[in-house]
Design a protein around this ligand. Structure first.
Ligand code: MLT
Ligand code: ZN
Length: 480
């Protein structure tokens, strides 16, 4: 049996491949790369490599594969599931793609954007906008997260209702396989039925099958107009009803439809301090609606008003505020987008990221709320998310007078189990858009069938027989 090289030997070999500047190894240098951004997962690594090209990624991977060294791919390190940091014990190598941050091509005839994996989502969106196109993925971490990570985790966000998630936006992928071979699939085709769609192996597999190094993404027409409103609704069932009415009245222009619970809004207002709710008084439930189009904002505002007025008449809407300016719209969106950080800052949040068919989502929220209240009557129900596509962030939060650590220790397992089981029973998924990482890994055995788990392991073994690429992520040990 060959022994794994020492940390010193790993650093010496990889420095020779990428240059000493691009191979970090001191504790201080490693720290930000082995710690996830919420500080919940802290790992250990022999080195962090910052390759400058696909060829360097390939060389590093080939060396690590030959020598039995585990590799953890990393983009912006914004995973909520501990998916981008190494295990606490060991001497893995983190390959961070941030130096590979070039936009390679913007093709406004083919409507495609070709870029390296280390381009941030924000930079990708800007490159598209400069060419008067839209790259529609929209998530809170867009300034930090990278396209490679977005692909590896099949990122979702607030515009999935209209444009789909990352899987729907990727036309081509280049990826380095665990043994260092390069899969070159950088094609910008909307039709290609030549056998298995291999690029999809790298979408949503969280860096366990290959490291995405470049991609070809779809571009859309840049919307010129938008209308944004915040509406109070009596309950989630009314929100679902209103979504149906909005789709009927405004069709494809319905771009976002976000649910916000009263406690979620309160938490954000408390966290931001100097911000007021656009709606008077407190409400148990609200929805943030966005319409966008290539037409005029006046006509979109009219559609929005029709939706809201009809809702007020039928009782689906209790009160509503229409954004009167771009600044208003940004302020409405800010309230929604700060929910995540407000929870992180408060601490003691049990994050459940589930999806449920829209037809069952209201029942799910009611049952899950009852289940949590039975365990923790005072928990703050931070319930929000992308209702338009069936994704609920159901995140019970510690009561104000309870310490985060104690609240989580007492409730984390039971609450997540109850919420996930109810989502599963309603035909849903225990991870809608945040992935599995390590946080949900062991839960997969409960919610995936034998056949699904076996197939996943067979795919993993076919591409990574030594189990060296992002080991211990996604796949539960028991089926190894
Ligand atoms: C969001 O939609 O804000 C995030 O996906 C949820 C989160 O960060 O928990
Ligand atoms: Zn989300």
């Amino acid at each position: 049996m060959s022994t794994i090289p020492s940390s010193e030997a790993i650093v010496a070999a990889l420095s020779a491949l990428v240059g000493p500047q691009a191979c970090l190894s001191s504790d201080a240098e490693l720290k930000p790369f082995v710690t996830d951004y919420r500080g919940l997962y802290v790992g250990q690594a022999a080195a962090v490599v910052l390759p400058g090209s696909t060829e360097q990624v390939s060389q590093v991977m080939a060396w690590c594969y030959e020598h039995g060294v585990a590799v953890v791919p990393q983009g912006g390190n914004t995973s909520l599931m501990g998916g981008a940091v190494p295990e606490p014990n060991g001497q893995a190598v983190v390959i961070n793609l941030r130096r590979m941050n070039r936009v390679l091509d913007v093709d406004t005839v083919n409507d495609t954007l070709t870029l390296q994996a280390g381009v941030t989502l924000n930079a990708a969106r800007t490159a598209a906008e400069e060419a008067e196109r839209l790259f529609p993925l929209r998530i809170g971490s867009e300034g930090t997260c990278q396209i490679g990570g977005n692909i590896s985790t099949n990122a979702g966000g607030t515009a999935v209702l209209r444009y789909g998630n990352m899987r729907d936006l990727v036309l081509g992928v280049e990826a380095v396989l665990p043994d260092g071979r390069i899969y070159s699939g950088l094609r910008g085709l909307r039709k290609d039925n030549t056998g298995y769609d291999l690029k999809q192996l790298f979408v949503g597999s969280e860096g366990t099958l290959g490291i995405v190094t470049a991609a070809v993404l779809k571009l859309m027409p840049l919307p010129r107009a938008s209308s944004v409103a915040l509406a109070a609704v009596p309950d989630p069932a009314a929100a679902v009803g209103l979504l149906g009415e909005a789709k009927k009245a405004a069709g494809q222009t319905v771009t976002a439809f976000e649910l916000i619970s009263g406690p979620a809004l309160e938490l954000v207002l408390e966290y931001l301090g100097n911000v007021k709710s656009p709606l008077e008084g407190g409400h148990a439930w609200m929805v943030l609606i966005e319409l966008t189009s290539g037409g005029s904002s006046e006509s979109l505002d009219q559609s929005m008003m029709q939706i809201l007025e009809a809702g007020l008449e039928s009782g689906l809407v209790l009160d509503a505020a229409l954004a009167q300016s771009v600044a208003d719209a940004q302020a409405f969106w800010r309230i929604r987008e700060e929910i995540s950080d407000a929870q992180t800052r408060t601490g003691g949040s049990i994050k459940c990221d589930v999806s449920v068919p829209l037809s069952r989502i209201a029942g799910f929220i009611e049952e899950a709320s009852d289940a949590v209240r039975a365990l923790e009557p005072q928990a703050r129900m931070i319930v929000y998310g992308h209702m338009g596509d069936g994704n609920v962030h159901f995140n019970p939060l510690r009561p104000k007078d309870r310490a985060a650590k104690e609240f989580l220790a007492a409730n984390y397992e039971q609450v997540s189990h109850a919420v996930d089981s109810l989502a599963h029973a309603a035909g849903g998924s225990i991870s809608a858009e945040h992935g599995i990482g390590v946080a949900k890994r062991d839960d997969l055995t409960r919610f995936k069938s034998e056949v699904e788990l076996e197939l996943m392991w067979q795919v993993k073994k076919a591409l990574d027989p030594k189990n060296l690429l992002n080991p211990c992520k996604v796949l539960p040990f028991s089926k190894g």
